[in-house]
Design a protein around this ligand. Structure first.
Ligand code: UDP
Ligand code: MG
Length: 314
C-alpha cells in the first residue's frame, strides 16, 4: 500500500476565543478518525495561526499545544490578515498535504475526508465549493454573485463559491511560494499554479459563536485588491473609452466650427455645463482606477514582509 500522507490542517485565528475551544475539539476528533481510517499518517498535525489577536486566542492555542503535541502554533507580531496567516501556516509547516479552513468551521470539516481521498487519486489541488449560499444574507449572496460575474468579465479565473477552504499538495504549496506578490488574493493565485484539481461540495453553516472578522469595508477592499492585482481590463477599458470620446469630440468640434460660421453660437450654457460636469466625473473616476493600480504597484515595490512571526509552538 501507498505510504500514508502526513496532513497539516491550517487554521487562521483572529480574536476567536469564543469559538476556538469547540473548533479545536472537533478538529482533534476529526484527525483521530482519519488516522483510524488509515487515510493520514499518525504524525499529522493541526496548525493554528494567531493573527495578532487581542483576546485569549493565543493562550488557548498554547494550552492545547501543551496537552497535545500534534497541535502547533504560530503567533504573528501583529494583525497581518487572513491571507498572510494562511501562507505562514503552509510555509512554516512540514507536511505532504495541507488543508486550510477557517477557525469558525463554517466550512464543513466532514468533507476533509473527501478532499484527502481525491488527493490519493492524484489531485494536487482540491477546492471546497459551497452548494448553496442560503446561509448568507441577501446582500452578501448577491454581491458575491456580482463579484464572480465581474471577475469572469475581467478575465480572472476563479472557482465560483470557493473561498479559502482547500487542499494543496506539498508540490502545489512549493509552486505557490514562487508567487511572491504582496497583494494577496489566494483564491485567484491557486488556479494559476496548475496541476490536476477537482472540487468537493458542502453546505456552509452559520457562525455558531463570535462575530465575523470580515466586515463590509474589509470585504470591499479585498474584492478591489482581487481586481487590481489580477486584471488589467479596467485600464484597457479606460483607453477604449478615451478613443471613443475622442472620435465623438472630433465630430463635435466640426459641428462647433460650422455653428460658429453660421453665427449661432450664443446660447448653450446648459449643454456646456452638462458636458463639463459629466467629463469631470469620468476623469476623476478614471484617475481613481489608475490610482488603484499605482497603489498596487506601490505595495509590490516596497516588498515589505507578508508577516512577522513573534512565537512558534512546534
Ligand atoms: N481572520 C484572520 N485575520 C483577520 C481576519 C480574519 O486570521 O484579520 C480569520 C478568522 O479568524 C477566521 C477566518 O479568517 O478563521 C475567516 O474569518 P470570518 O469567519 O470572520 O469571515 P467570514 O466567514 O465572516 O467571511
Ligand atoms: Mg467565517
Amino acid at each position: 500500500m501507498e505510504k500514508l500522507k502526513e496532513l497539516a490542517i491550517i487554521v487562521p485565528c483572529y480574536n476567536e476565543e469564543e469559538i476556538l475551544p469547540k473548533s479545536i475539539k472537533t478538529l482533534i476528533a476529526l484527525r483521530e478518525n482519519l488516522i483510524k481510517k488509515e487515510l493520514i499518517a499518525k504524525t499529522s498535525k493541526l496548525v493554528f495561526i494567531n493573527d495578532g489577536s487581542k483576546d485569549a486566542t493565543w493562550n488557548i492555542i498554547t494550552k492545547e499545544h501543551q496537552k497535545n503535541p500534534f497541535i502547533k502554533g504560530i503567533s504573528f507580531s501583529r494583525n497581518f490578515g487572513h491571507q498572510a496567516a494562511l501562507l505562514a501556516g503552509m510555509y512554516n509547516t512540514d507536511a505532504d498535504i495541507y488543508i486550510t479552513i477557517d477557525a469558525d468551521l463554517q466550512d464543513d470539516p466532514k468533507v476533509i475526508e473527501d478532499m484527502i481521498k481525491c488527493c490519493y487519486e492524484g489531485y494536487e489541488v482540491v477546492y471546497g465549493v459551497r452548494k448553496h449560499r442560503d446561509t448568507d444574507s441577501f446582500f452578501k449572496r448577491n454581491t458575491a454573485l456580482l463579484f464572480y460575474k465581474l471577475m469572469k468579465i475581467l478575465g480572472v479565473e476563479l472557482v465560483a463559491n470557493h473561498a479559502d477552504f482547500r487542499l494543496l499538495s506539498r508540490r502545489a504549496v512549493e509552486a505557490m511560494s514562487k508567487f511572491t506578490e504582496k497583494n494577496l488574493f489566494l483564491r485567484a493565485i491557486v488556479p494559476l499554479i496548475g496541476f490536476k484539481s477537482c472540487n468537493v461540495y458542502y453546505d456552509r453553516q452559520k457562525r455558531t459563536a463570535g462575530t465575523t472578522k470580515y466586515p463590509l469595508k474589509k470585504m470591499v477592499l479585498f474584492a478591489l485588491k482581487g481586481i487590481s492585482s489580477f486584471s488589467t481590463v479596467p485600464l484597457h477599458l479606460i483607453t477604449l473609452f478615451g478613443v471613443l470620446i475622442s472620435v465623438v469630440s472630433f465630430f463635435l468640434m466640426l459641428w462647433t466650427i460650422c455653428a460658429y460660421f453660421n453665427g449661432s453660437t450664443i446660447v448653450g450654457w446648459a449643454s456646456l455645463m452638462s458636458v463639463i460636469t459629466f467629463f469631470s466625473g469620468i476623469t476623476i473616476l478614471f484617475m481613481g482606477i489608475i490610482g488603484e493600480y499605482i497603489a498596487s504597484i506601490f505595495v509590490e515595490v516596497k516588498n515589505r514582509p507578508t508577516y512577522i512571526i513573534d512565537e512558534t509552538l512546534d
